[in-house]
Design a protein around this ligand. Structure first.
Ligand SMILES: Cc1cc2nc3c(=O)[nH]c(=O)nc-3n(C[C@H](O)[C@H](O)[C@H](O)COP(=O)(O)OP(=O)(O)OC[C@H]3O[C@@H](n4cnc5c(N)ncnc54)[C@H](O)[C@@H]3O)c2cc1C
Length: 435
């Protein structure tokens, strides 16, 4: 394959395909390589996707048959001790009405395949089952295309877009970006649990096309900086739990142990009861935040999505940052090609666009959040434990006066070294990390 393209894209995830759609629409000769048997084959079962960002790439995504599982109408947050938990949530009819498709669940295997098909229809060449194993460089050292694992697999391109996700053997080999440190990555395991659609409707108190997300924190990660999520798909649930990679190493824990324990928790067990496990998969997430973002473009190349470590860890948003950065990379490439300048300077429009958008603005706003979480392990151990004890005490009706119960709770908190001052300081530091 010794053809020359305007743009070569590595990876057919949301970032790569968003870029391919915009480029192909503009008549740019684009090729996308995907190592999976088909786009989505290497991706996770279920995920939340945001209609706004998809519409920026494909305004008519609904008419094009986007495989939406459920439209999210309620978001829950749970803070769990070992045996119980606090739950808050917000449901609003606006998300079933005028803001329908604000957030939806999709099965990534179906979605990525459909999305890639739209890029193909617009004119991009999507080549599955093909791994990019190396880069071509020109005489000036600029990236000038890719080398695939196929025989005769060199493809020259004026610009290469790396949209190959967080775990990138290609980055390790070629050094187009540095390998993230264990503290900057979390390792998640995800299980897809099949249940009849009507059972999901009943258990989550939703209509057939409506869905719920739950973000779950607390003792479930056994003192490690981590989080779990539960999403409703049409006839399955996606349950995932992850923690910082450095914490897994230091605590000598295994991710599958966490998910097995989580499935037994009294808040979870009734929701998944009778379900059949369809898929089980482990994946990294970029959690280093703003300060971990690598150099985003250089001579002849750009980096988008997870590969660029663009992930909003507070709101668990990755897909929309991937789609938005893919789109902005494509727009910058179109400009650079028009000026016939694909140097670092010529591609600088990418950095400007990102800096001006929610992508880098949000990541900058939350730049201290990761450090706060990582340094306050009490959030995942003693604190949810004591919070659980306090609720237990208050809710137990046993003839002890409420004033006496309050005293007991304060005693427990102090014994656990959580005086009011420490709690207030923790709340203040948490607020400062996201303000
Ligand atoms: C457990 C879990 C739950 C998540 N839930 C959500 C959620 O609910 N909402 C949300 O917004 N985000 C979520 N995310 C994050 C989200 O999945 C990512 O941010 C998003 O997938 C990034 O898209 P991407 O296109 O950058 O990378 P990816 O989706 O990782 O796509 C990269 C693609 O590149 C291919 N590839 C890699 N190397 C090569 C190579 N050398 N040659 C050819 N192809 C290659 C891969 O096979 C893959 O298809 C979650 C992540 C995890 C792990």
């Amino acid at each position: 394959m010794k053809e020359t393209f305007d743009v070569a894209i590595v990876g057919a995830g949301p970032a790569g395909i968003s870029a391919a759609c915009i480029l192909a629409e503009a008549g740019i000769k684009t090729i996308v390589f995907e190592r999976g048997e088909y786009p989505g084959a290497k991706n996770l079962s279920g995920a939340v996707l945001y209609g706004h960002n998809l519409a920026q790439v494909l305004p008519d995504y609904i008419e094009r048959g986007c495989p939406v599982e459920r439209n999210i109408v309620e978001s829950r947050i749970w803070y769990l001790s070992k045996d119980g938990g606090y739950s808050i949530g917000y449901r609003d009819r606006i998300f079933a009405g005028e803001r329908k498709f604000n957030a939806v669940t999709v099965g990534r295997a179906k979605f990525d395949r459909w999305f890639a098909e739209q890029a193909r229809k617009k004119g991009a060449l999507v080549v599955p089952a093909t791994v990019v194993v190396d880069l071509l460089r020109n005489e000036r050292g600029w990236v000038a295309g890719v080398v695939t694992g196929r025989a005769d697999g060199e493809v020259q391109a004026k610009v290469t877009l790396f949209a190959d996700g967080i775990n990138s053997p290609l980055a390790r080999k070629t050094g187009f970006r540095a390998e993230p440190k264990p503290e900057q990555v979390s390792l998640a395991v995800k299980e897809c649990i099949e249940l009849p659609a009507e059972v999901i409707d009943q258990r989550f108190n939703v209509g057939r096309e409506e869905g719920v997300t739950a973000e779950i924190l607390g003792e479930i990660t056994e003192g490690m900086d981590g989080i779990a999520v539960l999403y409703t798909n049409r006839s399955s649930l996606s349950l995932a739990i992850g923690a910082n990679l450095a914490d897994f190493r230091d605590h000598k824990k295994k991710p599958y142990e966490l998910i097995e324990q989580l499935k037994q928790h009294p808040m979870l067990a009734p929701l998944i009861a009778g379900g059949k496990s369809l898929e089980y998969i482990a994946h990294w997430l970029p959690e280093g935040g703003y300060d971990a973002i690598p150099k985003l473009y250089g001579d002849g190349y750009l980096i988008a999505g997870d590969s660029a470590l663009l992930f909003n860890a507070l709101h668990r948003e990755g897909n929309n940052l991937a789609m938005a950065s893919g789109k902005m990379a494509a727009e910058a490439i179109i400009e650079a090609l028009k000026r016939d300048d694909c140097s670092r300077r010529g591609l600088a429009g990418y950095g400007d666009r990102l800096a001006d958008s929610f992508v880098l603005k949000d990541m900058k706003k939350y730049r201290r959040f990761g450090k706060f979480r990582y340094e306050h392990k009490e959030l995942y151990g003693p604190l949810p434990h004591l919070a659980g004890e306090a609720a237990r005490e208050m809710l137990t009706v046993n003839g002890v006066s409420k004033k006496q119960k309050q005293k007991l709770i304060m005693q427990h908190l102090r014994q656990g070294k959580f005086g009011l001052l420490r709690l207030a300081r923790l709340a203040w530091q948490g607020w400062r990390s996201v303000k």
